[in-house]
Ligand binder design. Sequence first.
Ligand code: B12
Ligand code: SF4
Length: 475
Amino acid sequence: MNNTKIDIVLATPPYSLSDNFGILDFAGQYGPPINLLYLASCLENSNYSAKIADLSYDTSGLEKCARRIVSLNPEFVGVAVHFTFLANKSLELISLIKKLNPEIKIIAGGVHFTALPEETMRECPEIDVGILGEAEETLVEVLRGLRDGGKLDGIDGIIFRNRNELHKTEKRNLIEDINKLPFPSFEKIDLSSYSLALYKEKRDAHLSIITSRGCPFACCFCDRTILGRKVRFHSVEYLSEMLDLMVKQLSVNCFDLEDENICITKDRFRDICKLLKEKHNRYDITWGCSMRADSVEADTGKILYDAGCRNVVFGIESGSQKMLDIYNKKLNIKNLPEKCKIIMDAGISLTGSFIIGGPEEDENSISATIDLIKKVDFNFMYLWYFAPYPGSAIYKDIKNSGNLLGDYSNRTGHHIAFIPNTLTRQQLEDAYKRIYRAFYSKPSVMFRTIRSSGFSGIPGIFKKGIKYLQRFILN
Ligand code: B12
Ligand code: SF4
């Protein structure tokens, strides 16, 4: 046991790449915990010593992970009950920590927790306090309250136990000015643990940052519980300073902008790209981002490329207009090929991201997706099984449109978690493979994969290629 007391350890539970990525484990990667990085910097700003235990990639087992956390001798442990597929593991970790040291106060929070606070508190009596929504300010207030003899009543956005009853306080507003937040504590994690993104040109450290919070759209499969529909932007000055810090202090010049949509308003998009262009010219930074295809205009590709953007992901979801309407995506499939061309003609790698198996998916809508994949020359493709998340709009009535399978652990997008009434399991599995096959059997995809990896990448491609072959084509 460490004798120096630290105030709080912020933890996220371990999982294997196959837990998350299923049969695509060989192509999966671990991502940096942006949630914990913001929390840690805010705590330290308020003079609480904080450690991050990102156990995602730890292979020693939950029991050992819990022991390691306890051996750090913290007064509080904050556990992320964030991703639904990891919720059970988070709760198990909490129980183990509490068993090892019942004195430690456990605080939970995150996307999954916020969607199901009562259910989670009941399921896991070892959680002392739960935080709903953004927690940068709330967590500091909770630590203060707990130290102050447990005064929690006046803190908005939390749930706690009061004589065996659950007590939920007033809803907390979103953080008004996100530019007042300190930068995420990137220095607290081992950057080398987060493997390379596909688009990377150079094989050096890679990070994720966000430049805004929120999205004005309301796609029914997307969890809006934390970030909501109102968009808050980080200022150009805030981002400029953060990028300088990343390059100069952390030697990172490659990152993903993880904003839900980088192109929400034209002016903001241009301002950000102007800043990124300056940094690209000065530091040779390159980056990737996600955006809605309908925000692309004739000059968008060039603006992005000049700013160092080398990979764009379009959340397309389906080639069928019927499915897009069911998802409330507000996207017109007819304009899509032209938008894709604008990005690819600029020299940017384009990934199409698709969902299969949502309510009312059928053979016709699957064929429409395959047709689109054949027609548009995407560089990469993501394919997700439809995964109902508790915080999404579609969740409430989901059982009317099909069968939910298994527990939360298979809500990854890479395991079947839902079968719509319009398909059998066999049809869904076959369609998943058919879509992959349609993409990977395109000569342009094979050629590009070899070209982009160079000769030194061929053994890797070969190994992965065999896995694709085994899992999607031969089986
Ligand atoms: C950036 C991002 C990522 C990044 C970084 C993830 C991370 N750990 O931070 C990467 C690319 C790694 C990622 C991966 C995945 N993601 Co993601 N991601 C996002 C995105 C677009 C923005 C998140 C963000 O940065 N928000 C800003 C920060 C400040 O807010 P926050 O993360 O919510 O954290 C705040 C609160 O939640 C709370 N909180 C969070 N953790 C904790 C812990 C404690 C102790 C406390 C007290 C509070 C607390 O306080 C934080 C600070 O305010 C959201 C979209 C969304 N609407 O939330 C999806 C989202 C979170 N992702 C989602 C999913 C499904 C995934 C994947 C599972 C996809 C997949 N199948 O591979 C993987 C999971 C892999 C993994 N274990 O990391 C879903 C989660 C839904 C769910 N219920 O599970 C979301 C909501 C998108 C959606 N489809 O609806 N993601
Ligand atoms: S899927 Fe994308 S566009 Fe739709 S609500 Fe979520 S973040 Fe916004």
